[in-house]
Write a protein that binds this ligand. Sequence first.
Ligand code: 8HG
Length: 295
Amino acid sequence: MDYNIVEKENSLILKNMEDFEPKHIFECGQAFRWHIEEDGSYTAIHRGKVVNVKRKGEDIVFLNTTRKDFENIWFDYFDLGRNYSKIKKTLSKDPILKEAIKFGKGIRILNQEPFETTISFIISANNQIPRIKKSIDLISKGFGEYIGKFREQEYYSFPTASVLAKADEEDLKEKYKVGFRAKYIVESSKIINEGRVDLNKLYELPSDEAQEILMTLPGVGPKVSSCILLFAFQKTDSFPVDVWVKRVMEYFYFKKDTKLKDISDFAYEKFGPLAGYAQQYLFYYARELGIGKNK
Ligand code: 8HG
């Protein structure tokens, strides 16, 4: 991706960034570890670093970081090596996607940490985004390491598998509000910690093989694994179908109740390796506008 970066006092400025909207990136459903500030900027935490991001006219301003961290960490996290204009152009051939993209035009799919993403989406099953965010926040404060303060808010890293493997299930249920998912969190952490599942291996595998391995973890089914594949491993052909995606797909394409598997097969046929992006524009569009909710 072509961009022009300028360093100014305590900030880095990416000039003329079209396909980058902090609100769309953080609020489109893919991530839970961000905080909206009074000035409308977003503060996020990733790999033990805290960054603040804001749109200012045509530019994107990064605060609380260095050029080195931008190049080593944030470039990859924000998927800046990818040409979203091209993705949007291809997907916009479909008239429904064209509208969804207009709505969420600045979405980028973040490259999040595998273990954190796995546990986060185990927590997401039959859950609501504000509650998912709350549990992840509590877990980080309770089990993670203190990283630092930004604008009076304290930030903690997400704990490692070895730490969560030793967590008490009852404690997770009561104090961290994860309900029935407590045992899945502890069991999956144990399996990962003992190396019975090696998350780092999944980067190199094709989506279906990586998915099969993820689904050996307790609490990880087709939907949860599709989210992990897309949000941590860049498997962009992955098309997670949750309630919102089901609704929006039925509303616009099927006009009738349709099985989850039929929806994801259809999406893969239609969008191929861009299915994951299509899903994200659709999820955000459906959830923000309540599409298909009262059919
Ligand atoms: O980005 C997401 N895509 C899909 N398809 N599902 C998601 C995303 N984010 C997210 O939290 N979910 C799921 O939707 C988890 C939970 O089942 C529900 C919350 O609205």
